[in-house]
Design a protein around this ligand. Structure first.
Ligand code: MEV
Length: 308
């Protein structure tokens, strides 16, 4: 039997613009994770058990583009494993689905890792990341690759599409409250809508992406220098550019407002937007107060996390 896990993630700055070659900053969130167990099966079939999404199915009964089946087929094909062996695969996850916290990427990475150990392949992070990016492309259209990268390496990442992975140093730890609107919002749709905007007026949206890129570069410097208190204004500025890109929503805006009113130094949506999660930067001592305010304002759940 082999077991593997992968954490959730949040994007601190730069979502959407990162698809267009600008940098973005993301960090793992280890309080939430996907876990996979692989065992040899006694009957001559491969069974998948994923109780969180009510899935108990034999691999051959799933369409080949099913998110979990596609990971398995991709793995067996890429590593020349044929015929498909008899396995029992259990998948559990505490990462809310379609909420901007990297649940799809985490399940994919945990599956690749667990299968890699089961078949004694000893895949490197680089190999796992590459395979996970192929899966992201199947399901998300034109992803930048930031989600699979931060989830695979489980480290803070300064990410530029197509460039070697670069991590960043956190000069002084800072606290975030993550709040879930409870609205599931597939990243693919938001990314597709931004692409339509961009195609209709490239000059206008390239300027917005440039502004976001500038915010990301400043934020990286501030985080590395340990001056996190000045990140709040950058979060607010990034959120308003994401509003222009039409990827916020009334629920996200209302949580962002309520975080600011209850003492956060800044707040923004995180991930694809339209629903999913927002993040608020807080003094550690104020985290509980801001979290309470977000729950009263309609957040379905909150996570307090330290970026260190
Ligand atoms: C999703 O977590 C981040 C987006 O920028 C999409 C991507 O980078 O692939 C919205």
């Amino acid at each position: 039997m082999t077991h593997a896990f992968a954490p959730g993630k949040i994007i601190l700055f730069g979502e959407h613009a990162v698809v267009y070659g600008r940098p973005a900053l993301a960090v793992p969130v280890t309080q939430i994770h996907a876990d996979v167990e692989v065992t040899a099966s006694r009957d001559a079939q491969t069974w998948i058990h994923a109780p969180d999404v009510n899935l108990h199915a034999e691999l051959n009964t799933l369409p080949s583009d099913h998110p979990i089946a596609s990971v398995l087929h991709n793995f067996f094909f890429a590593f020349g494993i044929s015929p498909i062996p008899s396995l029992d695969i259990s998948i559990t996850s505490t990462i809310p689905v379609a909420s901007g916290l990297g649940s799809g990427a985490a399940v994919t990475v945990a599956l690749f890792r667990a299968l890699s150990s089961f078949f004694f392949l000893d895949l490197t992070n680089e190999q796992i990341n590459q395979q996970a990016y192929e899966i992201e492309k199947l399901h998300h259209g034109t992803p930048s690759g930031i989600d699979n990268t931060v989830v695979t390496y489980a480290r803070p990442v300064y990410f530029i599409k197509g460039q070697p992975i670069e991590t960043f140093k956190v000069g002084a730890p800072f606290t975030l409250v993550i709040a879930d609107t409870g609205i599931s919002a597939p990243t693919k749709e938001a990314v597709g809508d931004v692409r339509m905007l961009w195609e209709a007026d490239k000059a206008k949206w390239e300027k917005v992406f440039d502004e976001i890129g500038e915010i990301v570069r400043k934020a990286k410097e501030i985080i590395e220098n340990g001056e996190w208190k000045s990140l709040g204004a950058l979060m607010d500025a990034n959120h308003s550019l994401l509003q222009q890109l039409t990827v916020s929503s009334p629920e996200l805006d209302s949580l962002v407002e309520s975080a600011r009113r209850s003492g956060a130094s800044g707040a923004k949506l995180s991930g694809g937007g339209r629903g999913g999660n927002m993040i608020a930067l807080v003094e550690k001592e104020r985290a509980a107060q801001v979290s309470e305010a977000l729950l009263s304002a309609g957040a379905k759940r909150t996570i307090i996390t330290e970026v260190a």
